[in-house]
Write a protein that binds this ligand. Sequence first.
Ligand code: WQD
Length: 336
Amino acid sequence: MKVLVTGASGYIGSHACLELLRAGHEVVGFDNLSNSSQTSMDRVRGLARGPLRFEKLDLLDKPGLEKIMALGFDAVMHFAGLKAVGESVEKPDLYRRNNVDGSANLLAAMKTAGCRRLVFSSSCTVYGEVKKNPVDESHPRGAVNPYGRTKLDIEDMCFELARAEKGWRIALLRYFNPVGADAGGRIGEDPHGLPNNLMPFVMQTAVGRREKVRVFGADYPTPDGTGVRDYIHVTDLALGHIAALDRLDVFDGAEAVNLGAGRGYSVLEVIKAASKAAGKDIPYEISPRRPGDSAAIWADPTFAKKKLGWSAARGLGEMCADAWRWQRDNPEGYGA
Ligand code: WQD
């Protein structure tokens, strides 16, 4: 198929482009490069043959969106969006405009071009306060921060559009915690500035860019007191998108699917596994809780297996080994 990938040069987007090419699809990608590097596209081309065209474009550029959609696509994979929870609290209007208005522009351009097949990068953040683990797709939704609110609002836009107009087939993929990198060590997670997320911070500490990891709270009601999350290898996540793309015909309107491994690991378990992968003890200190964090959340992956015929295959050891290889070979990420 010919697929348009928004946010193509980003962490998840670049891994999706790679797996799309490996599966024999034709890819056109765009990104506004506000939090990614075009180098990732060159690296993807080095890893997989196949047609990969990249354009610099912003979701707020309506004429630009209409122009690129006029190339004609079988489906769109939509990754573009701001995703730092903390930043969303400081700049809620920026997140609304970029994520929600930008997605509305994309849907309108798709409609104009007659393309009604979409795989959307949603997030477990839409579940808000966790009532019960494991979390399945029927768990109540709620927003506990502006970032999560944008994902929830985009999901609602998709549900409403699919109810109003026949022919839309939309997979809303709710990610848990994506980590790791393609096993070739050539593409990976390269957040600009101080990493918000645990794994990139741990790996930057292992490679000597950071002094130590701060463990945000060790007094949670969890086995070792630290936060528990469902980490999923980014390659498994990308393959989940391919599975959804291949099965869009069985999506009746818009439907949500959890993409998680179905088990939780604590912060200390991640640091231990990362230390093993890096062959060195990664220094850390117990620090106060981070506001807004929940104690534990992990997925019930049953529906993904049933709907997509997909489940995560890679365990924490492989996630850390692949994350370390990327960081060791690219200490400064994609470079200055
Ligand atoms: C994981 C655990 C922290 C950093 C967020 C978004 C979610 C998704 C993934 C986009 C928690 C602890 C973290 C650190 C720490 N993103 N931690 N020290 O918050 O579960 O999810 O990223 O879709 O939407 O909400 O991920 O990696 O920030 O935190 O102790 O320096 O690690 O308290 O328990 P989170 P995270």
